[in-house]
Design a protein around this ligand. Sequence first.
Ligand code: BG6
Length: 506
Amino acid sequence: MNKTDSLIYVIFGASGDLTKRKLIPALYALFVQKLLPEKFALMGASRSLLTNGDFRESMKAAIHEFKEIDDTSGIDEFMEKLHYTAVRFDDVSSYLELKQGLEKLRTMSNIGGNTVFYLSTPPSLYGIIPQHLSAVGLHRQDDGFKRLIIEKPFGYDLESAISLKNLLLKDWNEDQIFRIDHYLGKETVQNLLVTRFSNGMFEPLWNRNYIHHVEITSAESIGVEKRGGYFDSSGSLRDMVQNHLLQVTALSAMEPPSSLDSSAIRNEILKVLQSLRPIPREDVGKVAIRGQYLSSTIKGKPIPGYREEEGVAADSVTETYAALKFYIDNWRWGGVPFYIRTGKRLPTRVTEVVIHFKATPHFLFSGDKYRQAWNQLVIRIQPDEGILLKFGMKTPGAGFEVQNVNMDFHYKDLSNQRIPLAYERLIHDAIHGDATLFARTEEVLEAWKFLTPVIEAWKNEQEVPLYGYPAGTWGPQQADDLIEGQDMSWRYPCKNLSDDGIYCEL
Ligand code: BG6
């Protein structure tokens, strides 16, 4: 990776929520750690008419409010690098003004042509902004690189994703486009690669001979908050499965890459997505369970049902819970079921990958009933990041009773190790041109392709039920029936939710 030593970072949608909550705090954290290019300026751009002063003031408040790093000593120096210009997104003349503004800033700050354009805007602008930028030549790389960073959703279905791809690739090259999937920016998601490929002891067992099934959960205790309008036109499948959960599946299932080169890793991710066994449309009701949360009372507090949330249609059939069973048709995973689930208003917030190992071929000891559940490797992505290994051990005393015990590593036990948040890592990598942790066009399209039968059946077939589940429970009971095998169920990491609502062990 070549380090970038000068850069203008343009944020479209600079007066929006994401800029305040994530982007500016992450850029500031990079700045104080000296991880930004030496010569750096940031240009905020959005519809609002703001002065540089207004913009700086609100960004300074955001850094304090959404503190990503304890060191606040560099805030004033960082503020001097921030500038603002108003743009009319659909008016090409406005981009000419932006271009002139950027040229002035380059001269003033002695910065060359390297530019990153971050689209922190509604997805409806993902086509327009890059088109207008290229119309005024702001995509040309003769004086330095020009990169686009965009956030999901990358389309609404396969067809719209293909249209977006065609629109973007008309003037821009694939290697100029960085598609953020913030799960890939999480340390613990990246650690899947390190756990698997830096240890001699896991990889030999990581296949159909030893693994019974793989379970991936991303549960949230919050509802749709203030995003009802967006979520109601999306749903859990598009919001979480199409991107985050299929990426985590791919990292858990991929073959070892030949190197850490971004295309070596992304080729392996793509191969997994290409190997997902297509779900026949008539099977959707059996292998894809959807649910929607209903009103309930959690710890004495009344919680509204999804249909009562602001911005949500009173007769909405959008899912707030999705669980899928599927297979990866390749030599490593032939016959091993993968289960993924995600939902809002579940009892706790937890994301984890659970590798369930097969039982021994002949069980000598007592306690047979639960032996299948004994060997599990739980990779906790969040919160309480870490790795838990569960295995059977002799209960002290007479006889040979076996009991289930844990070996548990917590990231927080590493002293002096700050875990950078996802945006910090991703912004850093995009600035320095490392595309490893960004989704490539083909990955996005493969994921949409795989989910198309589910999307279509959920939309068109009345007989595929949408189950209700009371807010604060683990989703529709029908999702439990997905898991094959005697005494098998999802892992319920927190049956007895602790008062503070944090992760607790079963
Ligand atoms: C976003 C989804 O991509 O991920 C949200 O749009 C969801 O609906 C969020 O809440 C979850 O992210 P995290 O990092 O809190 O697990």
